[in-house]
Design a binder for this molecule. Structure first.
Ligand code: FAD
Length: 426
């Protein structure tokens, strides 16, 4: 069996490894436009500070580690459909152009950065972070520049801000409404904001209206206000990269991503898709959802790899958000839905908060109208992963709010609270 995976991000790499685990005979190839072995988009902003991207490689997914699993990586290679033959692709890379046949195809083509439609975004000095190789180049170009403006305050915008502050750049963050609006409840955003260092200047409630400059960036207009800038980084999310999928006749959904089923199978037999290029099926509402998160891509990749080699297993965690990051010394954990993402999908929610000053921890728990825990957020100085895990277990098990007093006078541990209100995990 010939398996071709297009994409060497978390989705593609996980799919190839899972396919190998479940089929020792298959011929498995990963084709990628990436030229660097160490591609690692989650955390790519690290390459601003650490230009040697080899130091940032995920060892398990290195070419060498994959070749030991008999998975061949074809770097610097672009895939397009072959003209006539079914189950065949055209690949163009360092060796020229040739065809590549497949029995099963897994598309993990990622996302394309969203840049607002305003003037000046094509000026030198305007950047998006797309690959680690690009980011390393951006890091070099920023040498000698002082004021850098980041537009967008999601995980990746904040992560990038942290790198620039540590590089002692005069760093400004433009926030349309509030930081991490989709992932965090309002009071959690406020708490996180209060923990950001004074070296980062946050412009809240502002949107760029144009990038200013003739031959290169000199500033950014924010309506009536002008901000001087040597460089502008747009960290304003991604849209699904569905170019190849469209050429292959694969169905695209109303949100602009590839339509998939629970096995990650697309509308075309034998073609699977995972990661930022797809519309995942939300496990709470069964509605399509764009969820461009590396950990989601990796879990979906595992599902696609297993299904592509004929495995029957259905993993149930392929569409749940699990994001953890430590930014500016604060652990930020987001699991499942926030009230914003749930209500966008028509789910009525209520949110309970636990603030534990002794742990410097703030927790928000999001429940639906039946009291089922559908998401949670943690902002804490320490033990974020541990606290997040306590919530994740309950979200995954569909824990329901117990008919018990909600708030104890004082909480020593989140676990106590969760066990009282949602019951122990059995
Ligand atoms: C700065 C930054 C920080 C982030 N931090 C985190 C984080 O901390 N945690 C987290 O979970 N997520 C994070 N993300 C999001 C995460 O990077 C993405 O969700 C994840 O990379 C998506 O994986 P993917 O496999 O779908 O595609 P990608 O990683 O985008 O990879 C797409 C692949 O497809 C290949 N490709 C596309 N078209 C073709 C073609 N025609 N021919 C050949 N190859 C093709 C590309 O070369 C590439 O290898 C971050 C994103 C950014 C930008």
């Amino acid at each position: 069996m010939k398996i071709v995976v297009v994409g060497y991000g978390p989705g593609g790499a996980a799919a190839a490894v899972a396919a190998r685990m479940f089929n020792s005979e298959a011929d498995i190839k990963i084709v990628t436009q990436e030229t660097l072995e160490s591609h690692r988009k989650p955390g790519a902003s690290l390459a601003l500070e650490i230009p040697d991207t080899n130091d940032l490689a995920i060892k398990d997914w290195s070419w060498d580690a994959l070749s030991k699993k008999r998975i061949e990586v074809l770097p610097g290679t672009t895939v397009t459909p072959a003209d006539s033959k079914l189950n065949s692709l055209q690949i163009t890379g360092p060796e020229g152009t040739s065809t590549l046949d497949y029995d099963r195809l897994i598309l993990a083509t990622g996302g394309i950065p969203n840049v607002p439609s305003i003037s000046g975004t094509d000026l030198p000095g305007v950047f998006t972070i797309q690959t680690m190789a690009d980011t390393s180049e951006i890091g070099k170009l920023l040498t000698g520049m002082n004021r850098v403006v980041i537009v967008g305050a999601g995980f990746s915008g904040l992560e990038t801000a942290e790198r620039l502050v540590s590089l002692r750049k005069d760093t400004h963050l433009i926030v349309r409404s509030r930081i991490m609006r989709r992932q965090l409840e309002e009071s959690m955003s406020t708490e996180l904001m209060s923990r950001l260092p004074s070296a980062l200047t946050v412009h809240q409630g502002e949107s760029p209206t144009s990038v200013i400059g003739d031959v290169k960036v000199v500033g950014l207009s924010l309506g009536d206000k002008k901000l001087d800038a040597d460089a502008v980084l747009f960290m304003t999310g991604v849209k699904p990269n569905v170019q190849l999928a469209k050429q292959l006749g694969v169905k695209i959904g109303s949100l602009g991503g590839i339509v998939i089923d629970e096995k990650m199978q697309t509308s075309e037999d034998g073609i699977y898709a995972v990661g930022d290029c797809v519309e995942v099926i939300d496990s709470f509402t069964n509605k399509p959802l764009l969820l461009p998160v590396g950990s989601v891509a990796a879990r979906a990749g595992r599902q696609a790899g297993v299904a592509a080699v004929g495995g029957k297993k259905i993993y149930e965690d392929t569409s749940k958000r699990l994001q953890y990051d430590r930014i500016f010394g604060t652990d930020i954990v987001c699991i499942g839905h926030s009230s914003t993402t749930a209500e966008d999908m028509g789910v009525k929610t209520s949110v309970q908060y636990i603030n534990d000053p002794s742990e410097f921890a703030n927790v928000a728990l999001v429940t639906d109208s039946k009291g089922q825990l559908i998401g949670g957020q943690v902002i804490t100085s320490r033990m974020g992963a541990r606290l997040g895990y306590e919530i994740l277990e309950r979200v995954e098990s569909g824990a329901i709010l117990q008919d018990k007093p909600l708030l104890k006078p004082r909480h020593e541990r989140l676990r106590d609270y969760l066990e009282t209100t949602y019951g122990p995990i059995t």
